[in-house]
Structures are given as structure tokens and as C-alpha cells.
Ligand binder design. Sequence first.
Ligand code: SF4
Ligand code: SF4
Ligand code: SF4
Length: 256
Amino acid sequence: MISCKKPKVAFFDFAGCEGCQLTVLDSLQSHPELLQAIEIIQFREAMSERGEDYEIAFVEGSYTRPSDEARLCQIRKQAKIVVALGACAHIGGINAIRNMKPMERVKRYVYQDQAEVFQADQALPISAFIQVDAFIPGCPIDRNEFIAAVKVLLQGNLPDIPDYPVCVECKLRENECVLNKGQPCLGPIIRAGCGALCPTFGQGCEGCRGLIPHPNLDSLKEVLLEHGLSSSMIEAKLGLFMTQELRQTEVVHHGN
Ligand code: SF4
Ligand code: SF4
Ligand code: SF4
């Protein structure tokens, strides 16, 4: 249980663009009441002070370096609740594209003759190393979902993130399906909660919130093939955010 008085909260960043932390800052500015209810004691993006006795840890970014493991374990040891913030922390996100190639090759390509100087490893979600109590998906996170999640955490509960597909929200908004307009969309297999943001603005879903439980990948691939995408285009589309998540899904699938 977190304390009844103002819980101490910390924000941490691993590999990511820091867009989720910026969304947090933006959300807190428009919800000052939350700043009355929590005490932020560590948030590199926003303040210089650095307390270590936090109870709730929000972690943005993926694991990408061997030294990240010890830092993640330290956060887990201290925090009563650890929340993965955004796609990089939740599913590995865009960073995990590099997992498609052998790491030595990736390092040589990026760092060339300095490859041995820099640490680099596969990009993985933080749950590969520590127990994660909750996640807020998306790239970046949805500000309303973040605010709702903090309020729920303060009540001693965990955020209730939808496990149904984006298509449900898309239909509720009475959008015309972008597939009918010849555009690919991953909405049938992607976790809702964004209000079908991209299809509402005429773009196909790119999958930033990650897979729903038990996605019917084969069926989606068939639909996308029927709409003119080649197999390699489909794989590239699926891999934008979900390279690592799909690998894990395959491991579970083949393990059964
Ligand atoms: S999830 Fe997206 S917005 Fe958030 S840190 Fe990663 S790349 Fe940036
Ligand atoms: S546009 Fe995408 S999310 Fe909306 S109904 Fe069509 S496939 Fe589903
Ligand atoms: S529609 Fe898809 S890509 Fe767009 S915000 Fe929602 S989950 Fe992310």
C-alpha cells in the first residue's frame, strides 16, 4: 500500500525520446490538483532535486544497455508500484527495430570504429527485467489516460487499460474505415484507449499501444494482403512498434 499522506513519486528515463515525460509535464500543468495530491521527488526532465524515497516510480524508455538492468532493479527495490510509461517501456517500442539485426552489426553500423566504446544491447521492455505493476501504453502516452491512472493509483487501485481493439472505438466514433479508402490499418489487433486517434484523422493505426491479448494476426495479414500490401510491407508495418512484442508472442505461441 502506498501512504495515505502525499505519496512520493519519481519519474525515470531510459532509452526513448522523452516525449512521454513531456506529455506528463503537459498533463500536470492542466491538472494542478494532482500536484496537491502527490509529491514529485525525482523528475530529471523537470527539476534538479533528486529524492530517493519514492513509492511510485514511472519509468519511460526501453532497456538498451547492460548497465540498465542494475538501475531497473534498484528502482524496483525502492518503489512499491512501478508503472511502465509509454511504448518504449511497455513493449520495447520503436527502439526494438534494432532487434531485427544481429547486435554486433547494429553497433558497427551506428558507431563504426567506436563500436566497442559504447554499450548496446537488444531493446527490451522493462518487464523483461523487473516486475511491472501497471503500464500506460502509447507513443506518446495519452494525457487523459495518464491523469486517470494517477488518480486510480492514489485510490490504491491499478489503472484499467482497455484490452479490446482500436476498431471498437473507431466504430463508436462512426469513422469510415480507412481500409475502404485503400489505407492499411492495424486497428483490429491493437489495444484501444486512444479514442481511435489516427483513423479519426484519416490515417491507419500504426500500433503504438501494442497488441490486444490473443490478436488474430493471420486474419489481419490476409486483410492487408487483400488491400494490396506485400508481405514485406506488412512485416515492416507490424515491426514499427511491435518487433519485440511479436517475438514474445511467437515464443508463447510456439511454446504451447
Ligand atoms: S513511447 Fe514514444 S513518445 Fe514515449 S519515449 Fe518512447 S518514443 Fe518517445
Ligand atoms: S479504420 Fe482501422 S481501426 Fe477503424 S475500423 Fe477500420 S481497421 Fe478498425
Ligand atoms: S490509432 Fe493506433 S497508432 Fe494511433 S494513437 Fe491509437 S494505437 Fe496509436
